[in-house]
Every structure is written in C-alpha cells, then in structure tokens.
Design a binder for this molecule. Structure first.
Ligand SMILES: [Zn+2]
Length: 258
C-alpha cells in the first residue's frame, strides 16, 4: 500500500502566509489558521464560505483542512458559540479539520486572488489598481476587441461567463472601454472606480446609493453576485499550495444566489 503525501498543519499555514502576505492588510477578521485540527494533512477542500454545508461536504470528502475566503470570525461578532456558530465549530472539531481563512489577502493576490481570477474568468486584463489596499482592478478586454458596444452587451457577456443573472444600472447607450472590477461586496469602491476613469464597474453586490451614482455619473454598475464573483480565488490558491506539498485538493462550490 502506498501512502499519499502529507504535510504539517504549520508548513501549510506558512505556505499560505508566504503567498498571501496577510500582514500587509488591515482586515475584518483573523487571516490564517482560524480553527486548529489534526497536525498532518493529506487533503485540502477549498470553498468560498465556511458554511455548515461546506464543512459537511468536506467531512464527506475526507478533508483534513478547509481553505476559504469567508471564515468564521469577524470583527463585531459578540463571541458567543451558539446557534450556527456552535454547529459549524462542533462539526469541524468533531472531525479534527483545520480551517484556514484568508479574506482581503485572497482578494488581492495579483495572479491567484479573487480579483485576478475573476478578471480571467471575464476575459479582462488589469492595467491599474485603485482604492484601499489596491483591491480595485482597472483594465480592458484581454482579447483583440476594443471593448463592448454598450453596457448591456457587457452585462450579457458576464452573465454568460459566470452563468448567473446580473443587475445592470446606468449608462445604457455608449461604448464601454475601461472596465473596473472588485469581487464580493465592493459596492463601496464604486466612487473610487469612477474617479479612476472607468466606464463600467463590476462587483458582487449593489446597494441603494450606487444605482443613483451610476445614473448620475454615466458609469455602468454591474452586480454579478457576491458568491459568484468570489468562486475563483480560493481554489486557485489552495490548488497552488496543495501542489507545493503534493497534497490532494478539491474545490466544493456550495451554490449561493446572493
Ligand atoms: Zn466576500
């Protein structure tokens, strides 16, 4: 019987840290190892959010570690282990599964992060960065085309690439050349994107004020789903680190319409 390669919890943590450099970010929660599990790993499951469904799927997949974008702990929580928190923690601890979570550092990584991978998925090439932590990406189509004839054409392109409906507000007619994007709940980056000179801004979510900014500033706002826009960074990073150690890796997508 051959034994599959294994790596220590700590070596894997150091590899994630070396790649994502969490010390460079002021984040909304702790990055790195959020829940300690077994000391030796053979298999990593990646996903977007450390939900109960993902943890259950990771147990079924015999994972030793889970790597996610949205971990369990956020600033502003009251710290009680009740309700959903109790259920998720109990399942992780019962199966001795490590939970690694990286939030902004995972968005930001220039090749493997959520923004870079979303751009790849949408056929966009970043040329400049804007906003806090340079999390906003701004560029053009990466194919030969100049841009999109109008915002509706861009919205259709995104719908097709991400396989989900999008919300489009503003700039109905004119051509789209400069395109900015930031994965997840980055509607707060819209004004910085406008200031950076974009014709359209793509993110996961829209809130009430951005609809007005879009109409008033003549810049298209396209909300393509928080989850849908953040499905690509975690598997890219987890696969990269798993390959460094020869570990097994599997991405498990728990569908989320939000
Ligand atoms: Zn997010």
């Amino acid at each position: 019987m051959t034994t599959s390669p294994q790596a220590s919890r700590q070596d894997v943590l150091q590899a994630f840290d070396a790649l994502l450099q969490p010390e460079r970010f002021k984040d909304y929660g702790p990055n790195g190892l959020q829940v300690e599990g077994k000391a030796e790993l053979r298999k990593i499951v990646s996903g977007v959010t450390a939900s109960l469904a993902l943890i259950e799927a990771a147990v079924a997949a015999q994972a030793d570690a889970i790597f996610v974008h949205h971990g369990l702990f956020w600033r502003g929580q009251d710290g009680r282990v009740t309700g959903w928190m109790k259920q998720r923690l109990a399942l992780l601890l019962a199966h001795d599964i490590n939970l690694y979570a990286y939030h902004l550092p995972l968005d930001a990584h220039p090749e493997l992060g959520n923004n870079a991978q979303l751009g790849r998925q949408l056929g966009l090439r970043a040329e400049r960065y804007f906003g806090e932590n340079n999390l906003g990406f701004l560029g053009h189509r990466s194919d030969a085309a100049e841009g999109f004839d109008n915002a509706e054409q861009l919205a259709e392109h995104i719908q097709h690439a991400l396989n989900r409906p999008v919300v489009l507000v503003g700039r109905a007619q004119s051509a789209i050349k400069n395109i900015a994007w930031c994965s997840g709940g980055a509607q707060g980056y819209f004004e910085a994107a406008i200031a950076a000179g974009t014709d359209a801004f793509i993110t996961g979510e829209i809130s009430e004020p951005q609809a007005h900014y879009a109409r008033e500033m003549g810049v298209a706002f396209i909300a393509c789903g928080h989850h849908a826009s953040e499905r690509y960074g975690a598997p890219a990073v987890a696969a990269h680190v798993a390959a460094q150690f020869g570990l097994a890796h599997e991405f498990i997508d728990i569908d989320n319409p939000a």
